[in-house]
Design a protein around this ligand. Structure first.
Ligand code: CP
Ligand code: NVA
Length: 302
């Protein structure tokens, strides 16, 4: 197989994404049964983190270890990347030493440039614009609880951020309808909205937006890098909290997801996190299984 990267969901075909979900479920079940499966023995994942992480770091590290391989955590504080070594040079050097590289950074353009110069698969582990690995876990979680998401209605409540942009890509690749409920001035990427106008619609009123929905999703009001806007955003977004009252306007079997970390009392109420429609812990766990399926796909199909 030619060199493949995973920078957005659009790098894979809908069929590949569907297969990845089914494979992740299989890998999860076998792992829970105690099966030892080490397809990445002696393989190494380089992990560049320019932003904080709990789930992404631990799921990639555990996934590599469970697959018989290993990983190297690289932070800008301790590498030459943080001292201005060009992305292109870092990509050329690192990709001669490891078998795959995952990057969490600010500008999306950085991962694109890194991938251009890399000899090994590059995985986007979150940029300001997209978080495709989270979507693999979300789609798996929906499938496990409710079956195929195809033809369903999903409502995004809150900031039109990297997760929301990724849900727009998901609507296209997994073929569902997406309603975005964001306050004026905080819409997702306009070009992305326009390209997907047949399946993505904006409804600013949250109660109206969740009507007829099968899945409600939210995320923090201020993403990493926007900390100084926190107070201003808290005031603007205050009608955009997902709580049991809002949830009662959705379909009776609707699920609730949040990529975490959650800010209880802001985008989500404490009671919502424990609501019977919330699948946030399964969603977090599935980061591990979904990314193992992704690593297997990128590294074992060549
Ligand atoms: N959801 C997610 O990516 O979490 P972390 O920031 O903890 O990796
Ligand atoms: N939108 C959030 C997601 C964190 C996993 C952020 O970028 O900080």
């Amino acid at each position: 197989m030619a060199l493949r990267h995973f920078l957005t969901l659009l790098d894979f075909t809908p069929e590949e994404l569907k297969k990845l979900t089914l494979r992740a479920i299989e890998i999860k079940n076998e792992h829970k049964q105690g099966k030892i499966y080490e397809p990445l023995k002696n393989r190494v994942l380089g992990m560049i983190f320019e932003k904080s992480s709990t789930r992404t770091r631990v799921s990639f590290e555990s996934g590599m270890a469970q697959f018989g391989g290993s990983s190297i955590f690289l932070s800008p504080r301790d590498t030459q990347l943080g001292r201005g070594e060009p992305i292109e040079d870092s990509a050329r050097v690192l990709s001669r030493m490891v078998d795959a590289i995952m990057i969490r950074t600010f500008e999306h353009e950085k991962v694109v440039r890194f991938a251009e110069y890399s000899k090994v698969p590059v995985i986007n582990a979150l940029t300001d614009d997209f978080h495709p690995c989270q979507l693999l876990a979300d789609m798996q979680t929906y499938h496990e609880h409710r079956g195929s998401i195809e033809g369903k209605r999903v409502t995004w409540v809150g900031d039109g951020n990297n997760m929301c942009n990724s849900y727009i890509n998901a609507a296209r690749q997994y073929n569902f309808e997406l309603i975005v409920a964001s306050p004026l001035g905080y819409d997702p990427d306009k070009a992305l909205m326009d390209e997907n106008a047949s399946r993505v619609n904006l409804i600013r009123n949250p109660a109206e937006a969740v009507k007829g929905s099968d899945l409600i999703v939210t995320d923090v009001w201020a993403s990493m890098g926007q900390e100084e806007e926190q107070n201003e955003r808290a005031a603007i977004f205050k009608e955009y909290q997902v709580n049991p009252e809002l949830m009662s306007h959705a379909n009776s079997d609707a699920l609730f997801m949040h990529c975490l970390p959650a800010h209880r009392g802001e985008e989500v109420s404490a009671s919502m996190m424990d609501h019977n429609s919330a699948v946030v812990w399964d969603e977090a766990e599935n980061r591990l299984h979904a990314q193992k399926a992704l690593l297997e796909f990128l590294l074992c199909n060549s």
